[in-house]
Design a protein around this ligand. Structure first.
Ligand code: ZN
Ligand code: ZN
Length: 419
């Protein structure tokens, strides 16, 4: 057996049967080529929807009832995505009974964002490998890519096999929707609004506004989570990934804008965990949990864990601020002299030196700014003023103690007296 035959591939994404470098290289080349391949069908569909939306808005005046219907479609579909696709199926942030799962599935199908299974697996990749090449909508590849550029690339996810899909395969609602996704999406997303519009004589408006324009609006609302929420906002809970939180995005996305919290605590049914955070998806889940039997259990991260994450971030930010200040001369870089040398230097060279806490301080530039006056400092030239500094004459403030580091010129070496 040769060395090449026993060599195991290091990349865990490679099939274990690959046992030599040539095979590995071929596999990686193929992977790269596939990754760069444009996904024309998908891209064309998205572009056509946008063009029709724009032309419809410019040229077609829809009935007022059609506008209201389209607005409601957007709302329902977004809740289907946030409450259903995202928090229930992607993160199992709560448990839902079959009737509610069916309703959420239908609402989510309205969003035209692929089947639950398709959506959830990619979202799990996004959380597992955020900002890396394995993140389907990695913010590291730029704002445009994370917003909708990824749609135009043929998907190739070598690490998909590492994502657990057993819960999705076990759910009959997910299986059914995945199998019949295209007819379901076309009938819920396009045929239904057209038919409803027809009821008041505006079938075309129903199709254009309730079918096409609504799809574009819902898409962008969701896309914003992958782009804006990884680009603008605060990082109150973690700075390990690009996820950020902001109120504006929460208003646009039914509460999904607190994305920094969500990335740090994805299993929590809340995205905006604070009482007054704008998170209607959280309120719907909580209301159904409290008032019905459809949500028997919700997941909450213990408050203590959230507080610890926040404190850690405050410490990181404080450390960053600390590093921006000048804290004076590092003691390890100071020359070390004896007490005798300190006294001699002051006497022979007329140095304006005082001694505090075994540090020799050159107060020549400071003496006139000393709040207690220059005279009191001069009295201690060449002497040890430690006791006077710490309460003998004045118990100096923390700020004063910190400030002494700015005037350090030497450190005193104490010679231990031996018996
Ligand atoms: Zn994210
Ligand atoms: Zn998520």
């Amino acid at each position: 057996m040769t060395a090449a035959q026993v060599k195991k591939p290091q990349d865990s994404s490679l099939p274990s049967s690959f046992n030599d470098d040539i095979q590995k290289q071929k596999y990686n080349n193929k992977k790269r080529d596939q990754a760069e391949e444009a996904w024309w069908v998908n891209g064309a569909f998205v572009i056509i929807v946008h063009i029709i939306s724009l032309l419809s808005l410019l040229t077609y005046t829809a009935d007022r009832k059609t506008w209201i219907m389209s607005y409601l479609i957007c709302q329902f579909a977004m809740f289907g995505i946030t409450v259903g696709y995202h928090r229930l199926w992607s993160h199992r942030a709560y448990e839902a009974k079959l009737p509610l799962r069916i309703v959420l599935c239908l609402l989510g199908t309205l969003g035209f964002q692929g089947s639950i299974k398709w959506w959830v697996l990619r979202h799990r990749l996004h959380h597992r490998w955020t900002d890396t090449e394995h993140d389907p909508y990695s913010a590291a590849k730029g704002f445009w890519f994370s917003h909708m550029g990824w749609i135009f690339k043929k998907p190739h996810y070598p690490r998909m096999r590492l994502i657990d899909s057993s819960d999705l395969n076990a759910d009959p609602v997910v299986r059914f929707q995945h199998k019949y996704y295209v007819p379901l999406a076309l009938s819920c997303g396009l045929a239904a609004p057209t038919l409803i519009g027809w009821l008041w004589g505006d079938a075309l408006g129903g199709f254009l506004y309730g079918g096409i324009i609504s799809r574009a609006v819902i898409w962008h609302s969701t896309f914003c989570i992958n782009s804006f929420a990884h680009w603008a906002g605060d990082q109150l809970y973690s700075n390990e990934v690009s996820a950020r939180g902001n109120l504006f995005l929460a208003l646009m996305t039914h509460g999904e804008g607190y994305h920094n919290f969500h990335h740090e605590f994805p299993k929590d049914f809340r995205n905006g965990y604070r009482l007054f955070d704008w998170d209607p998806s959280k309120w719907i889940i909580y209301t159904l949990h409290t008032l019905t039997n459809q949500i028997p259990k919700v997941s909450r991260v213990p408050e203590n864990e959230i507080r610890k994450a926040m404190v850690n971030m405050e410490l990181i930010k404080a450390q960053e601020k600390r590093q921006k200040c000048d804290w004076g001369i590092d003691p390890s870089s100071l020359p070390v002299i004896t007490l005798e040398q300190y006294k001699q230097k002051q006497e022979q060279e007329g140095k304006e030196w005082i001694l505090v806490d075994d540090f020799v301080l050159d107060v020549s530039t400071f003496k006139d700014d000393h709040p207690g006056g220059a005279k009191i400092l001069k009295n201690y030239y060449g002497k040890d003023s430690t006791k006077a500094f710490h309460g003998g004459l004045n118990d100096h403030s923390k700020a004063a103690i910190t400030m002494t580091a700015m005037f350090r010129v030497a450190k005193i070496e104490r010679i231990q007296k031996t018996e």
